[in-house]
Design a protein around this ligand. Structure first.
Ligand SMILES: [Zn+2]
Length: 171
């Protein structure tokens, strides 16, 4: 995590956007979470129950089901046409003009969509590999699944993936 993390609460319109995807778009959901966007994954196929959740939580619906666009829905629904995650991600970023801010990346658990909390280094001693403990000073933890996150190979690979697939959108 970078020192800029403190600035991540600055508000702007796109930062308040939240999403819900159907189960088939769980891969896309992980990437949106990684970018700091609160993204729920509906555990079943898209349908009325998913629309209800989107409505009550004010989430934008992302779905691959074309017939969903014909349903009555007062919120925003975006049809994902591609099967490749990087293309899906690019489409969402462009359609909603999402701002990619390195300070807000890696702030949400990729597994359960909960906001990570900083934890003290000494608290993770037995929870991370020894070489990580030696080399990393800052850690975050998911309050849901208790997973520990640190700046390591995963964020580096993620940034590399984005530099390759969505270079024009990186800050
Ligand atoms: Zn979690």
């Amino acid at each position: 995590m970078s020192k800029k993390h403190k600035n991540s609460l600055s508000s702007s319109a796109t930062e308040d956007i939240t999403f819900i995807t159907d189960a088939s778009l769980a891969g896309l959901a992980k990437w949106l979470r990684l970018l700091g966007y609160d993204t729920a994954v509906f555990p079943k196929e898209a349908g009325r129950a998913m629309m209800r959740q989107a409505d009550s939580e004010g989430r934008i619906v992302l779905t691959r089901r074309r017939d969903m666009t014909e349903r009555q829905f007062s919120g925003t629904l975006f049809l994902i046409t591609d099967v490749i995650v990087s293309v899906q991600l690019k489409a969402v970023i462009e359609n909603f003009s999402l701002k990619i801010d390195r300070a807000r990346m890696f702030g949400i658990c990729m597994e359960c969509n909960q906001k990570l909390h900083p934890v003290k280094k000494e608290e993770v001693r037995d929870l991370v590999p020894p070489y990580v403990f030696e080399n990393c000073e800052k850690y975050n933890q998911c309050p849901g699944c208790k997973k520990i996150y640190w700046m390591g190979t995963h964020p580096r690979n993620a940034l590399r993936f984005m530099e390759k697939h969505i270079p024009n959108h990186l800050p």
